[in-house]
Design a protein around this ligand. Sequence first.
Ligand code: FAD
Length: 500
Amino acid sequence: MRENRIKDIVIVGGGTAGWMSAAALIQLLPNGYNYRLIESDQISTIGVGEATIPSIRNFNMHLGIDENDFLRNTQGTFKLGIEFVNWGINHSKYFHGFGSVGRDQPTANFFHYWLKLNQLGMVGGLEPYSINTVASMLGKFSVGRPDLPNSPLSDLSYAYHFDAGLYARYLRTYAEQRGVKRTEGRIVQTLLRQDDGFVEALVMENGEKISADFFIDCSGMVGLLIEKALQTGYDDWSHWLPCDTAIAVPCELGGSTQAHTRSTAHTAGWQWRIPLQHRIGNGHVFSSHFMDTAQAQEILMNNLDGRALAEPRQIKFTTGKRKKVWNKNVVAIGLSGGFMEPLESTSIHMVKTGLMRLISFFPDKDFDQVDIDNYNRLTDKEYSQIRDFLILHYKVNQRDDSEFWRYCRNMPVPDSLQLKLDLFTSNGRILRENEELFPEDSWLQVMHGQGMRPRRYNPVVDQRTKEEIAGFLYNTQAVIRKCVDAMPTHLDYIRANCLA
Ligand code: FAD
Protein backbone atom coordinates (compact mmCIF):
# COMPACT_ATOMS: atom_id res chain seq x y z
CA MET A 1 0.00 0.00 0.00
CA ARG A 2 1.23 3.50 -0.88
CA GLU A 3 2.37 5.53 2.15
CA ASN A 4 -0.30 8.17 2.09
CA ARG A 5 0.43 10.05 5.24
CA ILE A 6 1.66 13.62 5.09
CA LYS A 7 5.12 13.93 6.62
CA ASP A 8 6.49 17.42 6.06
CA ILE A 9 4.48 20.48 6.99
CA VAL A 10 5.76 24.00 6.41
CA ILE A 11 4.25 27.05 8.11
CA VAL A 12 5.02 30.24 6.21
CA GLY A 13 5.15 33.26 8.54
CA GLY A 14 6.00 33.93 12.16
CA GLY A 15 3.34 36.42 13.23
CA THR A 16 0.60 35.58 15.71
CA ALA A 17 -1.02 33.22 13.20
CA GLY A 18 2.21 31.40 12.34
CA TRP A 19 3.27 30.73 15.91
CA MET A 20 -0.27 29.89 17.02
CA SER A 21 -0.34 27.33 14.19
CA ALA A 22 3.05 25.90 15.10
CA ALA A 23 2.19 25.65 18.80
CA ALA A 24 -1.22 24.08 18.24
CA LEU A 25 -0.06 21.55 15.66
CA ILE A 26 2.97 20.31 17.58
CA GLN A 27 0.89 20.03 20.74
CA LEU A 28 -2.19 18.37 19.27
CA LEU A 29 -0.57 16.33 16.46
CA PRO A 30 2.89 15.62 17.85
CA ASN A 31 3.59 12.27 16.19
CA GLY A 32 4.67 11.50 12.65
CA TYR A 33 4.90 15.03 11.27
CA ASN A 34 7.93 17.28 10.74
CA TYR A 35 7.07 20.93 11.30
CA ARG A 36 9.11 23.81 9.97
CA LEU A 37 8.24 27.49 10.30
CA ILE A 38 9.78 30.05 7.94
CA GLU A 39 9.83 33.73 8.82
CA SER A 40 11.79 36.68 7.59
CA ASP A 41 13.33 39.26 9.90
CA GLN A 42 13.18 41.68 6.95
CA ILE A 43 9.38 41.49 6.74
CA SER A 44 7.78 42.68 9.93
CA THR A 45 4.66 41.19 11.44
CA ILE A 46 1.51 43.27 11.64
CA GLY A 47 2.28 43.83 15.33
CA VAL A 48 -1.18 44.95 16.43
CA GLY A 49 -4.02 42.70 17.51
CA GLU A 50 -4.19 43.00 21.22
CA ALA A 51 -7.80 42.40 22.19
CA THR A 52 -9.48 39.02 22.17
CA ILE A 53 -12.72 37.23 22.93
CA PRO A 54 -13.17 34.44 25.51
CA SER A 55 -12.29 31.58 23.15
CA ILE A 56 -8.60 32.52 23.48
CA ARG A 57 -8.72 30.92 26.92
CA ASN A 58 -9.82 27.70 25.38
CA PHE A 59 -6.92 27.83 22.90
CA ASN A 60 -4.37 28.42 25.65
CA MET A 61 -5.97 25.63 27.69
CA HIS A 62 -5.54 23.15 24.80
CA LEU A 63 -1.88 24.06 24.87
CA GLY A 64 -1.66 23.60 28.64
CA ILE A 65 -0.62 27.24 29.12
CA ASP A 66 -0.95 28.65 32.63
CA GLU A 67 -3.04 31.84 32.61
CA ASN A 68 -0.91 33.84 35.02
CA ASP A 69 2.34 32.85 33.34
CA PHE A 70 0.90 33.83 29.96
CA LEU A 71 -0.29 37.25 31.22
CA ARG A 72 3.04 37.92 32.93
CA ASN A 73 4.89 37.22 29.69
CA THR A 74 2.62 39.23 27.42
CA GLN A 75 1.98 42.26 29.69
CA GLY A 76 -1.63 41.10 29.60
CA THR A 77 -4.77 42.34 31.30
CA PHE A 78 -8.31 40.98 31.49
CA LYS A 79 -11.19 41.92 29.24
CA LEU A 80 -14.85 41.69 30.27
CA GLY A 81 -16.26 43.32 27.14
CA ILE A 82 -16.22 46.44 25.00
CA GLU A 83 -17.43 49.91 25.86
CA PHE A 84 -18.87 51.69 22.81
CA VAL A 85 -18.74 55.47 23.00
CA ASN A 86 -20.38 57.96 20.63
CA TRP A 87 -21.91 55.34 18.34
CA GLY A 88 -25.30 56.86 19.03
CA ILE A 89 -26.31 60.46 19.45
CA ASN A 90 -25.39 62.92 22.23
CA HIS A 91 -22.19 61.15 23.33
CA SER A 92 -24.09 58.03 24.25
CA LYS A 93 -22.35 54.96 25.65
CA TYR A 94 -23.22 51.32 25.83
CA PHE A 95 -21.43 48.15 26.80
CA HIS A 96 -21.13 44.82 25.05
CA GLY A 97 -20.25 42.51 27.91
CA PHE A 98 -19.28 38.89 27.39
CA GLY A 99 -21.60 36.40 29.03
CA SER A 100 -25.29 36.67 29.64
CA VAL A 101 -27.66 39.52 30.33
CA GLY A 102 -29.93 38.35 33.14
CA ARG A 103 -31.03 34.75 33.45
CA ASP A 104 -33.05 33.32 30.57
CA GLN A 105 -36.24 31.55 31.59
CA PRO A 106 -37.52 28.27 30.10
CA THR A 107 -40.22 30.13 28.18
CA ALA A 108 -38.54 33.37 27.12
CA ASN A 109 -35.25 35.20 27.17
CA PHE A 110 -34.61 37.51 30.08
CA PHE A 111 -34.65 40.40 27.65
CA HIS A 112 -38.40 40.06 26.99
CA TYR A 113 -39.22 40.36 30.69
CA TRP A 114 -37.05 43.42 30.88
CA LEU A 115 -38.58 44.83 27.69
CA LYS A 116 -42.10 44.58 29.02
CA LEU A 117 -41.23 46.57 32.14
CA ASN A 118 -39.10 48.98 30.15
CA GLN A 119 -42.02 49.69 27.83
CA LEU A 120 -44.16 50.30 30.93
CA GLY A 121 -41.56 52.79 32.19
CA MET A 122 -40.83 50.65 35.27
CA VAL A 123 -37.09 49.95 34.63
CA GLY A 124 -34.16 51.67 32.92
CA GLY A 125 -31.27 50.25 30.85
CA LEU A 126 -29.96 46.72 30.45
CA GLU A 127 -26.56 47.35 32.07
CA PRO A 128 -27.37 46.33 35.70
CA TYR A 129 -28.33 42.83 34.52
CA SER A 130 -24.91 41.94 33.07
CA ILE A 131 -22.27 41.05 35.63
CA ASN A 132 -19.54 41.81 33.11
CA THR A 133 -20.85 45.31 32.51
CA VAL A 134 -21.30 46.14 36.19
CA ALA A 135 -17.87 44.74 37.15
CA SER A 136 -16.13 46.52 34.32
CA MET A 137 -17.74 49.87 35.01
CA LEU A 138 -16.72 49.60 38.68
CA GLY A 139 -13.16 48.55 37.81
CA LYS A 140 -13.59 45.08 39.33
CA PHE A 141 -12.43 41.67 38.15
CA SER A 142 -12.40 38.08 39.24
CA VAL A 143 -11.93 34.80 37.41
CA GLY A 144 -14.89 32.41 37.40
CA ARG A 145 -15.89 30.62 40.60
CA PRO A 146 -17.05 27.10 39.62
CA ASP A 147 -17.26 26.37 43.36
CA LEU A 148 -20.32 28.68 43.47
CA PRO A 149 -22.57 26.89 40.96
CA ASN A 150 -25.66 29.04 41.56
CA SER A 151 -23.89 32.36 41.37
CA PRO A 152 -23.40 34.53 38.27
CA LEU A 153 -19.72 34.25 39.16
CA SER A 154 -19.67 30.52 38.46
CA ASP A 155 -18.81 30.84 34.79
CA LEU A 156 -17.80 34.45 34.38
CA SER A 157 -16.89 34.97 30.75
CA TYR A 158 -13.71 36.92 30.05
CA ALA A 159 -10.87 37.32 27.58
CA TYR A 160 -7.53 39.14 27.52
CA HIS A 161 -5.74 42.16 26.20
CA PHE A 162 -2.08 41.39 25.46
CA ASP A 163 0.93 42.42 23.43
CA ALA A 164 0.56 40.33 20.26
CA GLY A 165 4.29 40.49 19.53
CA LEU A 166 5.09 39.08 22.98
CA TYR A 167 2.45 36.38 22.53
CA ALA A 168 4.08 35.27 19.25
CA ARG A 169 7.46 35.16 21.05
CA TYR A 170 5.96 33.18 23.93
CA LEU A 171 4.45 30.65 21.53
CA ARG A 172 7.70 30.45 19.58
CA THR A 173 9.53 29.28 22.70
CA TYR A 174 6.71 26.83 23.36
CA ALA A 175 6.77 25.41 19.82
CA GLU A 176 10.55 25.25 19.46
CA GLN A 177 10.87 23.43 22.78
CA ARG A 178 8.51 20.78 21.42
CA GLY A 179 10.35 20.30 18.13
CA VAL A 180 9.19 22.89 15.57
CA LYS A 181 12.19 23.91 13.44
CA ARG A 182 12.49 27.59 12.59
CA THR A 183 14.12 28.89 9.43
CA GLU A 184 14.90 32.57 9.16
CA GLY A 185 14.96 33.94 5.63
CA ARG A 186 12.96 35.44 2.84
CA ILE A 187 10.99 33.27 0.44
CA VAL A 188 11.52 34.60 -3.08
CA GLN A 189 9.70 32.01 -5.18
CA THR A 190 7.01 29.35 -4.91
CA LEU A 191 7.40 26.31 -7.15
CA LEU A 192 4.22 24.56 -8.34
CA ARG A 193 3.92 20.95 -9.50
CA GLN A 194 3.38 20.78 -13.25
CA ASP A 195 0.64 18.16 -13.26
CA ASP A 196 -1.80 19.52 -10.64
CA GLY A 197 -0.55 22.97 -9.64
CA PHE A 198 0.05 21.96 -6.01
CA VAL A 199 2.82 23.79 -4.18
CA GLU A 200 5.96 21.70 -4.33
CA ALA A 201 8.67 23.85 -2.79
CA LEU A 202 9.68 27.31 -1.64
CA VAL A 203 12.87 28.95 -2.80
CA MET A 204 14.71 31.04 -0.22
CA GLU A 205 16.76 34.15 -0.93
CA ASN A 206 19.96 32.19 -0.28
CA GLY A 207 18.95 29.64 -2.92
CA GLU A 208 17.84 26.91 -0.50
CA LYS A 209 14.81 24.96 -1.69
CA ILE A 210 12.35 23.84 0.97
CA SER A 211 9.80 21.25 -0.07
CA ALA A 212 6.86 19.86 1.91
CA ASP A 213 3.63 17.93 1.50
CA PHE A 214 1.41 20.54 3.10
CA PHE A 215 1.76 24.30 3.57
CA ILE A 216 0.07 26.56 6.13
CA ASP A 217 0.13 30.08 4.72
CA CYS A 218 0.50 32.56 7.59
CA SER A 219 2.33 35.15 5.52
CA GLY A 220 -0.07 37.97 6.37
CA MET A 221 -2.14 40.11 4.02
CA VAL A 222 0.12 39.43 1.05
CA GLY A 223 -1.03 35.77 0.98
CA LEU A 224 2.27 34.56 -0.42
CA LEU A 225 1.11 31.06 -1.33
CA ILE A 226 -2.69 31.27 -1.33
CA GLU A 227 -2.81 34.36 -3.55
CA LYS A 228 0.54 35.19 -5.09
CA ALA A 229 1.25 31.60 -6.10
CA LEU A 230 -2.20 29.99 -6.39
CA GLN A 231 -4.19 33.10 -7.37
CA THR A 232 -7.19 32.01 -5.37
CA GLY A 233 -9.10 35.31 -5.58
CA TYR A 234 -10.68 37.52 -2.91
CA ASP A 235 -14.22 38.48 -1.94
CA ASP A 236 -14.15 42.21 -1.29
CA TRP A 237 -16.70 43.30 1.35
CA SER A 238 -15.72 46.96 1.59
CA HIS A 239 -19.14 48.12 0.33
CA TRP A 240 -20.52 46.79 3.64
CA LEU A 241 -17.57 47.58 5.86
CA PRO A 242 -16.09 50.68 4.26
CA CYS A 243 -13.16 51.28 6.63
CA ASP A 244 -9.92 50.50 4.81
CA THR A 245 -7.14 52.05 6.88
CA ALA A 246 -5.88 51.91 10.44
CA ILE A 247 -3.35 54.13 12.16
CA ALA A 248 -1.94 52.51 15.29
CA VAL A 249 0.11 54.04 18.11
CA PRO A 250 0.88 52.91 21.67
CA CYS A 251 0.86 55.47 24.48
CA GLU A 252 1.75 55.68 28.15
CA LEU A 253 -0.77 54.43 30.64
CA GLY A 254 -3.05 57.16 31.90
CA GLY A 255 -5.84 56.63 34.37
CA SER A 256 -6.78 53.16 35.44
CA THR A 257 -6.27 49.85 33.66
CA GLN A 258 -9.85 48.97 32.83
CA ALA A 259 -10.92 45.43 32.11
CA HIS A 260 -12.49 46.44 28.81
CA THR A 261 -11.62 47.61 25.34
CA ARG A 262 -13.04 51.00 24.40
CA SER A 263 -14.32 51.75 20.93
CA THR A 264 -15.01 55.43 20.31
CA ALA A 265 -16.75 56.42 17.10
CA HIS A 266 -15.35 59.39 15.17
CA THR A 267 -16.69 61.05 12.02
CA ALA A 268 -15.40 58.44 9.55
CA GLY A 269 -14.65 55.39 11.69
CA TRP A 270 -13.69 54.59 15.25
CA GLN A 271 -10.78 54.41 17.67
CA TRP A 272 -9.70 51.48 19.80
CA ARG A 273 -8.19 51.80 23.27
CA ILE A 274 -6.68 48.65 24.75
CA PRO A 275 -5.07 48.91 28.18
CA LEU A 276 -2.13 46.57 28.85
CA GLN A 277 0.06 46.41 31.93
CA HIS A 278 2.81 48.63 30.49
CA ARG A 279 1.02 50.78 27.89
CA ILE A 280 -2.21 51.46 26.05
CA GLY A 281 -2.66 50.27 22.48
CA ASN A 282 -4.59 52.77 20.34
CA GLY A 283 -5.67 52.85 16.76
CA HIS A 284 -8.00 54.80 14.49
CA VAL A 285 -9.83 52.67 11.93
CA PHE A 286 -11.36 54.83 9.20
CA SER A 287 -12.50 55.00 5.61
CA SER A 288 -10.08 56.82 3.32
CA HIS A 289 -13.01 57.67 1.03
CA PHE A 290 -14.45 59.86 3.77
CA MET A 291 -11.35 61.16 5.60
CA ASP A 292 -7.72 61.77 4.69
CA THR A 293 -4.84 60.24 6.62
CA ALA A 294 -3.56 63.50 8.10
CA GLN A 295 -6.93 64.27 9.65
CA ALA A 296 -7.36 60.71 10.90
CA GLN A 297 -3.94 60.84 12.52
CA GLU A 298 -4.66 64.16 14.16
CA ILE A 299 -7.87 62.78 15.67
CA LEU A 300 -6.00 59.78 17.02
CA MET A 301 -3.14 61.79 18.50
CA ASN A 302 -5.58 64.20 20.15
CA ASN A 303 -7.40 61.36 21.84
CA LEU A 304 -4.62 59.52 23.66
CA ASP A 305 -4.52 59.06 27.43
CA GLY A 306 -0.77 59.68 27.64
CA ARG A 307 2.41 60.44 25.67
CA ALA A 308 2.81 58.47 22.42
CA LEU A 309 5.49 55.80 22.75
CA ALA A 310 6.23 55.39 19.03
CA GLU A 311 5.58 56.95 15.68
CA PRO A 312 2.05 56.24 14.40
CA ARG A 313 1.94 53.44 11.85
CA GLN A 314 -0.50 53.20 8.94
CA ILE A 315 -1.97 49.87 7.83
CA LYS A 316 -4.12 49.60 4.69
CA PHE A 317 -6.56 46.71 4.34
CA THR A 318 -9.40 45.43 2.22
CA THR A 319 -12.16 43.83 4.22
CA GLY A 320 -13.07 40.40 2.96
CA LYS A 321 -11.77 36.89 2.55
CA ARG A 322 -10.11 34.56 0.07
CA LYS A 323 -12.56 32.79 -2.20
CA LYS A 324 -11.16 29.55 -0.76
CA VAL A 325 -9.03 29.59 2.36
CA TRP A 326 -7.94 26.02 1.56
CA ASN A 327 -6.76 25.62 -2.01
CA LYS A 328 -4.89 22.46 -3.16
CA ASN A 329 -2.21 21.77 -0.50
CA VAL A 330 -2.28 25.26 1.02
CA VAL A 331 -4.43 26.44 3.94
CA ALA A 332 -4.46 30.15 4.73
CA ILE A 333 -4.60 30.94 8.45
CA GLY A 334 -4.65 34.49 9.81
CA LEU A 335 -4.48 37.60 7.66
CA SER A 336 -3.53 35.60 4.54
CA GLY A 337 -7.06 34.14 4.66
CA GLY A 338 -8.91 37.43 5.05
CA PHE A 339 -9.44 40.36 7.32
CA MET A 340 -12.32 42.05 9.08
CA GLU A 341 -11.67 45.12 11.18
CA PRO A 342 -11.01 44.57 14.90
CA LEU A 343 -14.32 46.09 16.07
CA GLU A 344 -15.25 42.91 17.95
CA SER A 345 -11.69 41.50 18.26
CA THR A 346 -12.36 38.43 16.16
CA SER A 347 -9.18 37.83 14.11
CA ILE A 348 -7.17 35.87 16.64
CA HIS A 349 -10.29 33.84 17.42
CA MET A 350 -10.53 32.98 13.71
CA VAL A 351 -6.91 31.80 13.72
CA LYS A 352 -7.94 29.42 16.48
CA THR A 353 -11.08 28.15 14.75
CA GLY A 354 -9.19 27.80 11.45
CA LEU A 355 -6.67 25.56 13.21
CA MET A 356 -9.23 23.50 15.12
CA ARG A 357 -11.22 22.98 11.93
CA LEU A 358 -8.05 21.98 10.12
CA ILE A 359 -7.31 19.36 12.73
CA SER A 360 -10.77 17.88 12.31
CA PHE A 361 -10.38 17.83 8.50
CA PHE A 362 -6.69 16.93 8.52
CA PRO A 363 -5.64 15.64 5.09
CA ASP A 364 -3.46 12.85 3.81
CA LYS A 365 -1.61 13.05 0.52
CA ASP A 366 -4.83 12.48 -1.44
CA PHE A 367 -6.16 15.87 -0.33
CA ASP A 368 -9.74 14.69 -0.64
CA GLN A 369 -11.73 17.46 -2.32
CA VAL A 370 -14.80 16.73 -0.15
CA ASP A 371 -12.80 17.60 2.97
CA ILE A 372 -11.43 20.73 1.38
CA ASP A 373 -14.87 21.87 0.16
CA ASN A 374 -16.43 21.38 3.57
CA TYR A 375 -13.60 23.14 5.34
CA ASN A 376 -14.12 26.09 3.00
CA ARG A 377 -17.90 25.99 3.37
CA LEU A 378 -17.71 26.14 7.17
CA THR A 379 -15.09 28.87 7.04
CA ASP A 380 -17.26 30.93 4.66
CA LYS A 381 -20.16 30.59 7.05
CA GLU A 382 -18.10 31.70 10.01
CA TYR A 383 -16.76 34.71 8.13
CA SER A 384 -20.19 35.82 6.94
CA GLN A 385 -21.79 35.46 10.38
CA ILE A 386 -19.07 37.60 11.97
CA ARG A 387 -19.26 40.03 9.04
CA ASP A 388 -22.99 40.51 9.65
CA PHE A 389 -22.40 41.26 13.31
CA LEU A 390 -19.81 43.90 12.42
CA ILE A 391 -22.05 45.48 9.77
CA LEU A 392 -24.79 45.74 12.40
CA HIS A 393 -22.71 48.30 14.34
CA TYR A 394 -22.52 50.56 11.30
CA LYS A 395 -25.97 50.02 9.88
CA VAL A 396 -27.93 50.87 13.01
CA ASN A 397 -25.82 53.87 14.02
CA GLN A 398 -27.77 56.99 14.97
CA ARG A 399 -25.16 59.59 14.07
CA ASP A 400 -26.11 62.21 11.58
CA ASP A 401 -22.97 64.32 11.67
CA SER A 402 -21.10 63.03 8.62
CA GLU A 403 -21.43 61.57 5.16
CA PHE A 404 -19.76 58.37 6.39
CA TRP A 405 -22.41 57.55 8.99
CA ARG A 406 -25.24 58.49 6.65
CA TYR A 407 -23.77 56.17 4.01
CA CYS A 408 -23.60 53.35 6.55
CA ARG A 409 -27.15 53.86 7.74
CA ASN A 410 -28.54 53.86 4.21
CA MET A 411 -26.46 51.07 2.68
CA PRO A 412 -28.20 47.82 1.78
CA VAL A 413 -27.01 44.97 3.99
CA PRO A 414 -26.75 41.20 3.34
CA ASP A 415 -30.12 39.41 3.40
CA SER A 416 -28.93 37.32 6.34
CA LEU A 417 -28.52 40.49 8.42
CA GLN A 418 -31.68 42.14 7.14
CA LEU A 419 -33.62 39.11 8.37
CA LYS A 420 -32.22 39.59 11.87
CA LEU A 421 -32.95 43.32 11.86
CA ASP A 422 -36.55 42.78 10.73
CA LEU A 423 -37.21 40.10 13.30
CA PHE A 424 -35.80 42.13 16.18
CA THR A 425 -37.62 45.30 15.13
CA SER A 426 -40.88 43.43 14.95
CA ASN A 427 -40.88 41.43 18.17
CA GLY A 428 -37.47 41.49 19.86
CA ARG A 429 -36.58 37.97 18.78
CA ILE A 430 -32.99 37.27 17.81
CA LEU A 431 -32.24 34.62 15.27
CA ARG A 432 -29.05 32.77 16.10
CA GLU A 433 -27.88 30.22 13.57
CA ASN A 434 -26.25 27.01 14.72
CA GLU A 435 -22.74 27.46 16.04
CA GLU A 436 -22.80 31.18 15.36
CA LEU A 437 -20.02 32.84 17.34
CA PHE A 438 -21.92 35.71 18.89
CA PRO A 439 -24.78 34.68 21.18
CA GLU A 440 -28.20 36.37 21.38
CA ASP A 441 -27.08 38.57 24.26
CA SER A 442 -24.24 40.01 22.16
CA TRP A 443 -26.65 40.92 19.37
CA LEU A 444 -29.07 42.28 21.93
CA GLN A 445 -26.53 44.55 23.62
CA VAL A 446 -25.42 46.08 20.33
CA MET A 447 -28.94 46.39 18.86
CA HIS A 448 -30.36 47.90 22.02
CA GLY A 449 -27.21 49.93 22.72
CA GLN A 450 -27.47 51.58 19.32
CA GLY A 451 -31.06 52.49 19.77
CA MET A 452 -33.09 49.73 18.13
CA ARG A 453 -36.39 49.24 19.95
CA PRO A 454 -38.67 46.31 19.13
CA ARG A 455 -42.35 47.04 18.59
CA ARG A 456 -43.45 44.16 20.82
CA TYR A 457 -42.11 41.78 23.41
CA ASN A 458 -42.67 38.04 23.41
CA PRO A 459 -46.28 37.65 24.65
CA VAL A 460 -45.44 34.59 26.75
CA VAL A 461 -43.99 36.91 29.41
CA ASP A 462 -47.58 38.01 30.12
CA GLN A 463 -47.94 34.67 31.89
CA ARG A 464 -46.38 36.50 34.86
CA THR A 465 -47.75 39.65 36.44
CA LYS A 466 -45.72 42.81 36.18
CA GLU A 467 -45.13 42.69 39.93
CA GLU A 468 -43.68 39.20 39.63
CA ILE A 469 -41.43 40.33 36.79
CA ALA A 470 -40.35 43.38 38.75
CA GLY A 471 -39.33 41.10 41.64
CA PHE A 472 -37.40 38.83 39.28
CA LEU A 473 -35.54 41.77 37.74
CA TYR A 474 -34.82 43.33 41.11
CA ASN A 475 -33.35 40.08 42.45
CA THR A 476 -31.19 39.59 39.35
CA GLN A 477 -29.77 43.06 39.73
CA ALA A 478 -29.19 42.73 43.47
CA VAL A 479 -27.37 39.38 43.17
CA ILE A 480 -25.09 40.78 40.47
CA ARG A 481 -24.29 43.85 42.52
CA LYS A 482 -23.49 41.73 45.60
CA CYS A 483 -21.10 39.53 43.58
CA VAL A 484 -19.35 42.54 42.06
CA ASP A 485 -18.97 44.25 45.43
CA ALA A 486 -17.09 41.18 46.66
CA MET A 487 -14.63 41.17 43.72
CA PRO A 488 -11.14 42.69 43.97
CA THR A 489 -10.29 45.57 41.65
CA HIS A 490 -8.88 44.61 38.27
CA LEU A 491 -5.54 46.15 39.17
CA ASP A 492 -5.36 44.40 42.55
CA TYR A 493 -6.16 41.10 40.85
CA ILE A 494 -3.33 41.62 38.36
CA ARG A 495 -0.89 42.74 41.07
CA ALA A 496 -1.64 39.65 43.12
CA ASN A 497 -1.51 37.12 40.31
CA CYS A 498 0.08 38.09 37.05
CA LEU A 499 2.17 41.24 37.21
CA ALA A 500 4.84 41.22 34.48
P1 FAD B 1 1.56 38.94 10.11
O1 FAD B 1 1.66 39.42 11.50
O2 FAD B 1 1.58 39.97 9.03
O3 FAD B 1 2.78 37.94 9.88
C1 FAD B 1 3.26 37.61 8.61
C2 FAD B 1 4.51 36.78 8.71
O4 FAD B 1 4.85 36.29 7.42
C3 FAD B 1 5.74 37.53 9.22
O5 FAD B 1 6.45 36.72 10.13
C4 FAD B 1 6.61 37.71 7.97
O6 FAD B 1 7.99 37.73 8.27
C5 FAD B 1 6.23 36.46 7.18
N1 FAD B 1 6.45 36.60 5.74
C6 FAD B 1 5.72 37.31 4.84
N2 FAD B 1 6.26 37.23 3.61
C7 FAD B 1 7.35 36.43 3.74
C8 FAD B 1 8.36 35.99 2.82
N3 FAD B 1 8.37 36.36 1.54
N4 FAD B 1 9.34 35.20 3.30
C9 FAD B 1 9.37 34.83 4.60
N5 FAD B 1 8.45 35.22 5.51
C10 FAD B 1 7.47 36.03 5.08
N6 FAD B 1 -6.90 40.65 15.95
C11 FAD B 1 -7.52 40.45 17.11
O7 FAD B 1 -7.88 39.32 17.43
N7 FAD B 1 -7.74 41.48 17.96
C12 FAD B 1 -7.41 42.75 17.66
O8 FAD B 1 -7.63 43.64 18.47
C13 FAD B 1 -6.83 42.99 16.39
N8 FAD B 1 -6.52 44.24 15.99
C14 FAD B 1 -6.03 44.44 14.73
C15 FAD B 1 -5.84 45.73 14.26
C16 FAD B 1 -5.39 45.94 12.96
C17 FAD B 1 -5.24 47.33 12.43
C18 FAD B 1 -5.06 44.85 12.14
C19 FAD B 1 -4.55 45.05 10.74
C20 FAD B 1 -5.22 43.58 12.61
C21 FAD B 1 -5.72 43.36 13.89
N9 FAD B 1 -5.96 42.08 14.36
C22 FAD B 1 -6.57 41.89 15.56
C23 FAD B 1 -5.56 40.96 13.57
C24 FAD B 1 -4.28 40.35 14.10
O9 FAD B 1 -3.30 41.34 14.20
C25 FAD B 1 -3.84 39.29 13.13
O10 FAD B 1 -4.90 38.40 12.91
C26 FAD B 1 -2.71 38.51 13.68
O11 FAD B 1 -1.70 39.33 14.12
C27 FAD B 1 -2.22 37.54 12.67
O12 FAD B 1 -1.37 38.13 11.74
P2 FAD B 1 -0.61 37.14 10.81
O13 FAD B 1 0.28 36.30 11.64
O14 FAD B 1 -1.58 36.48 9.92
O15 FAD B 1 0.26 38.08 9.83
